[in-house]
Design a protein around this ligand. Sequence first.
Ligand code: C2O
Ligand code: CU
Ligand code: CU
Length: 481
Amino acid sequence: MPIRRRDFVKLLAAGAALGPHALARAARGMGGGGGGASGALTVPVFQVPLPVPPELAPSGTVNGKPLYEIVQREADVEIIPGTTTRIWGYNGITPGPTLRVRRGDPVVVRQTNLLPDNVTTHLHGGHVPPQYDGHPVDYIVPGASKDYHYPNNQAGATLWYHDHTMDLTGPHVWMGLAGLYIIEEPGEDTLGLPSGPYEVPLVIQDRNFAADGSLVYTDNIMRGELGSVILVNGAPWPYLEVGTRKYRLRILNGSNARLYELALSNGAPFIQIGTDGGFLEQPVQRTRIRLAPAERVDVIVDFSAASVGDSVVLQNRAATGAVSQIMRFDVTRAEADIGSVPQFLYPVERLDPASATNTRTFVFSMGGGGGTPWAINGLPYDPNRIDARPILGSTEIWELVNRSGMFHPVHIHDIMWQIVDVNGRPPAPGEAGWKDTFYVPPRGRVRVIGRFDDYRSGPYVFHCHILEHEDHAMMAQFEVV
Ligand code: C2O
Ligand code: CU
Ligand code: CU
């Protein structure tokens, strides 16, 4: 079912929803400007308070499981003060509402599509049966609904849900279709980590806006779509007032293509407690954290040594200019800092490379034939081709080889993995936990190990998470047999 030609038409349709301004800019291939401005728009820096996406409450039950209902629809919201932006939002907001569930308690999420395009919703990092994975062609057509059953039989972790429509994931996510899905470990509260208002999710995304506030999307196939405005939880360069104590930050790089190298302007370390797939065994102190698109990191930041009146900027050291700043923490009150970060969090089973019964190599490069710019093992994505058939219950090593000059954040659906080595070297401690997305350096090689537990069949996809690379065929799929 090659639907490549339809893409162009559909992309224009998506473009039309962005408004005439956006289309004109897209036609000229323009992004936004820099220096706190996007096009003719001036965007204030550290003037907007950090919003926190609301947590969604269940509206009923399905077969005894809590039912969460989400309607995907267009909405006009104020992102840049004084302007209106048409978004596509889960329940009309972006990021969408946060779902907070417990390990071992299955739930049902009913997604209703009131958008003018097909959608499919993927739970990124979720270990779910294939029919609920949000496969790229498992469409919810306009007007229809789908119930996604999520078993939550996996470690407590920061996951996210986002659109995954074949060839159109980039524009759909850019328009706003992304939200957080937090799985709590039973008994996690006994660790004494900062919680309630002191546990703050940060969804970092970059965007471009036209002068009228509308989103501009140009489908930059080569480098991926980069924005000149940094949003956190949907607000441009926001600030958060904090007390002199510890905070837990669950950070998601929800950007289409931008790489971040997180650092704090006062030089203070992050105490990392988790990776994509859950807790590290022991906390790791880091002053810099590289976060590629779709990666998550769970960290403690300690403001107890700061004084009231101090400000600490969360920076992106991988960038210069306006986008090298992300948000600001303003220390506005003295507060007792109770509790410490435990030296031991949760045991992490180490997968032994000797237990792997198969090794597969996947080469990420340009040129998929048929005119597609990106490829895996020389082939463009084909939803009718199965690229790998691992055996249920078996452990495999996948070797991810980058034969291009730019990084690719490779994401594999279904199961969590551990990094064996990066260019032959063992992973740094902060990368040694469970992961589903791997930064594969330019011309580099990453080996990962995983066990195909629980769910037979498929297909499950794996792909580059630079969404414009994914949309332009840097995706493949496997079936567990
Ligand atoms: Cu975050 Cu296949 O996606
Ligand atoms: Cu995923
Ligand atoms: Cu890529």
